[in-house]
Design a protein around this ligand. Structure first.
Ligand code: BES
Ligand code: MN
Ligand code: ZN
Length: 519
């Protein structure tokens, strides 16, 4: 009897449809959330504040700006608080007052000068009033561009990733109004570009934040495709694992082969102008465990965001396309999950790339450069870009060298480095140039293959990685490499980047593409 049952169970085991073939299945068994993030405050522009609104006053010095239209009793209560607290109203200063006057809350923010400081003032206002359950009126700006920049900062600063929070009451989402005589012109500026740019940054942050049991190469493609649906001028090409094998892309296929999720290459072209495109290629490792070269446990969870480069190029393309920018770009996501397992690639393996070059795998954890190698060669072969910028969470060394204030910039040509630095200054996403010295290329010389992916000879890691990537970009294509390992994630709130995924690169690449098109 017992034996018979056992035999039955065993026979069933081989055929039951729900018996997992491999320990990690391609889809999660129980979906952890069926919701989107909670709505944020919609951004509006108005001539006068809504009744009952909390106030954010943009200050330039300690005196309330003229013509903000506060009731006299409120104005004098706020002035008394300014004096009592010694508030100076310089850039970065912030004073939150609650239970004062007849408004739910007042925050005074030093607005400083120039677009970046105005954005940050907007972001500070958003974060100070995050939990105030009332509409918000932002006062004190008379110039249309200033209003639009503050609104842009507000949008970036109020981002949240809360779709996995099951709390009963969602956070406040009453509207925020930017109040001033120039409201119509500010709205025009907002609608033309900044609304799209901030929505694109939010998409990038969503993709970065999403856990890797929900976001793998296939679901990255599905979600990104949905974001581009119906946007004019956009065409999408996706190569799945079988297609990548057929085309001989052994490097990206090799990275994915330890995972039940196959690799993908996703190419989104936005053609808003004639001429050769600018190619933006992003590293898209949806989880980097290190593969058989397994990473240590502390911080491994953050490697769910090792696809931040891919998310950034898709965000930039979305912003350009939705705002109908007169540019031609192709954004490329090189997607794979880097997992250990009996089918994973081994140190010592040799793989062959799309272009026929061989790579000796010395570290399964130097996988970003591998997926980029195939992605770059395919992009150049099929799309013939005049220039290519790759962006990747490539090396811990870049983060060790530069900390969290700069992405590492590598370029062969000074003129290219200059373009990137210019876009960085305009967008507020900072870069610092690092050396591509020929001596550091020795790090990738292999004894048995054309090139190897890692070494232990003491060459600086970020430069060695850059050399490896540059090896696949012919000299006649202008090229820049951005290593964002130090900036893709924020450990605490910043005015434009709440704690968590930063969306780094979307603003920088959006700005770059608008000013750098085929000659
Ligand atoms: N994704 C990591 C780099 C990384 C580390 C990004 C920390 C963000 C935060 C990358 O794939 C990696 O593992 N790089 C190795 C390269 C080495 C094996 C040559 C590294 O930095 O140690
Ligand atoms: Mn790695
Ligand atoms: Zn990685």
């Amino acid at each position: 009897m017992k034996l018979k049952l056992m035999a039955l169970l065993l026979a069933g085991w081989t055929s039951v449809p729900f018996a997992p073939a491999i320990a990690q299945t391609a889809e999660p068994q129980v979906v952890a959330s069926d919701r989107a993030n909670s709505p944020q405050r919609p951004i509006e522009f108005a001539q006068a504040p809504a009744p009952g609104a909390a106030l954010a006053v943009m200050m330039q010095g300690a005196k309330l700006p003229a013509g903000v239209g506060l009731e006299p009793a409120n104005a004098s209560a706020i002035e008394a608080a300014i004096a009592a607290q010694g508030f100076k109203g310089e850039a970065g200063d912030e004073l939150l007052l609650r239970g004062i006057a007849s408004v739910p809350a007042v925050v005074l923010v030093g607005r400083g000068e120039g677009p970046q400081q105005l954005r940050e003032a907007g972001g500070r206002a958003a974060q100070a009033l995050r939990s105030v359950r009332a509409p918000v009126a932002v006062l004190g700006l008379s110039d249309a561009s200033d209003m639009a920049e503050a609104a842009f900062g507000y949008a970036l600063g109020q981002y949240r990733f809360d779709r996995y929070k099951s709390a009963a009451t969602p956070p406040p989402a009453d509207r925020v109004q930017f109040v001033g005589a120039q409201a119509p012109a500010a709205r025009t500026e907002w609608d033309a570009r900044k609304a799209h740019l901030s929505a694109a940054v939010a998409l990038t942050r969503d993709l970065q934040s999403e856990p890797a049991n929900s976001l793998h190469p296939g679901s990255f493609v599905a979600r990104t495709r949905a974001a581009f649906a119906g946007v004019p001028g956009v065409t999408v090409e996706v190569l799945d694992d079988a297609a990548l094998r057929r085309l001989g892309m052994g490097a990206i296929v090799g990275v994915a082969q330890g995972s039940p999720h196959g690799a993908r290459l996703m190419l989104v072209r936005y053609r808003g102008a004639e001429g050769a495109p600018l190619a933006l290629v992003g590293k898209g490792i949806t989880f980097d465990s290190g593969g058989l070269t397994l990473k240590p446990n502390p911080g491994m969870w953050q490697m769910k965001a090792d696809m931040s480069g891919a998310a950034a190029v898709m965000g930039a393309a979305l912003s350009l396309a939705r705002s109908r920018a007169p540019v031609h770009v192709v954004a490329v996501a090189a997607l794979a999950e880097n997992m250990p397992g009996s089918t994973a690639q081994r140190p010592g393996d040799v793989v062959r790339t799309f272009g026929g070059q061989t790579i000796e795998i010395r570290s399964a954890d130097a996988e970003g450069r591998l997926v980029l190698a195939d992605a770059i060669q395919y992009t150049i072969d099929r799309y013939r870009p005049f220039a290519l910028v790759d962006i990747a969470t490539l090396t811990g060394a870049a983060s060790a060298a530069l900390g969290s204030e700069f992405a590492g910039l590598f370029a062969r040509e000074d003129a290219v480095a200059g373009r990137l630095s210019g876009a960085a200054a305009q967008s507020g996403e900072a870069v610092w140039r690092m050396p591509l010295h020929p001596a550091y290329a020795k790090a990738i010389v292999s004894d048995i293959a054309d090139i190897k992916n890692s070494d232990a000879t003491g060459a600086p890691g970020a430069s060695a990685g850059a050399h490896f990537v540059g090896h696949f970009v012919p000299e006649n294509v202008s090229w820049a490499h951005l290593d964002i390992a130090g900036v893709y994630w924020r450990d605490s709130d910043r005015p434009l980047e709440p704690k968590g995924a930063s969306g780094f690169g979307v603003r920088l690449l959006d700005t770059l593409a608008r000013s750098w098109q085929a000659p």
